[in-house]
Design a protein around this ligand. Structure first.
Ligand SMILES: Nc1nc2c([nH]c(=O)n2[C@@H]2O[C@H](COP(=O)(O)OP(=O)(O)OP(=O)(O)O)[C@@H](O)[C@H]2O)c(=O)[nH]1
Length: 137
């Protein structure tokens, strides 16, 4: 399964994380907003669609920069997943939790402490390294 996710940084420098609904795989964990790439869809187009569905914001494909990727081979009954994380440089609208339990804005130390799916530990570390905070795991 190919998944795309977005890293949005607010004016105060905090990053947006999204809490998954409790009834879904990885329920209650905090992750970067996003979702599965559909058949015939490009990754950037999928992310633009997911930002609209999940957060109600308009994102321009030209404002997406791929920053990291991470993969699992599944095996424990869950499907193999590869996730591509993009920084979202600008958007129109105010992000809202339209599908999940909640959204929040966090600094690096706070994100390091959130309960996350395993791939997000890797993705957030790469995001922090690319943004000058490689001391935080
Ligand atoms: N969106 C997102 N999914 C992630 C992240 N990390 C991670 O392991 N995943 C996993 O990747 C899969 C993505 O599925 P999703 O449920 O977000 O995708 P979706 O919205 O298209 O699914 P749906 O059609 O079931 O609502 C889930 O198993 C999710 O737990 C992440 O940072 N963001």
């Amino acid at each position: 399964m190919v998944v795309v996710a977005g890293a949005l940084r607010g004016a105060d420098g905090r990053w947006l994380m999204h809490r998954r609904p409790f009834d879904k795989h990885h329920g209650g964990l905090w992750e970067f907003p996003g979702g599965k790439v559909e058949e015939g869809e490009s990754r950037p187009a999928a992310l633009v669609r997911e930002m609209q569905e999940e957060l109600g914001i308009e994102v321009d494909q030209g404002a997406l920069v791929e920053v990291a990727s991470a993969a699992t081979d599944g095996g424990d009954g869950s499907p193999a997943i590869v996730i591509y994380l993009y920084t979202v440089g600008r958007w129109i609208g105010q992000p809202a939790a339209l599908e999940g339990q909640a959204i929040g804005w966090f600094d690096f130390a706070e994100i390091a402490a959130l309960e996350k799916p395993p791939l997000d530990v890797e993705l957030s570390a790469a995001l922090f390294a690319a943004n000058g905070a490689d001391r935080i795991k």
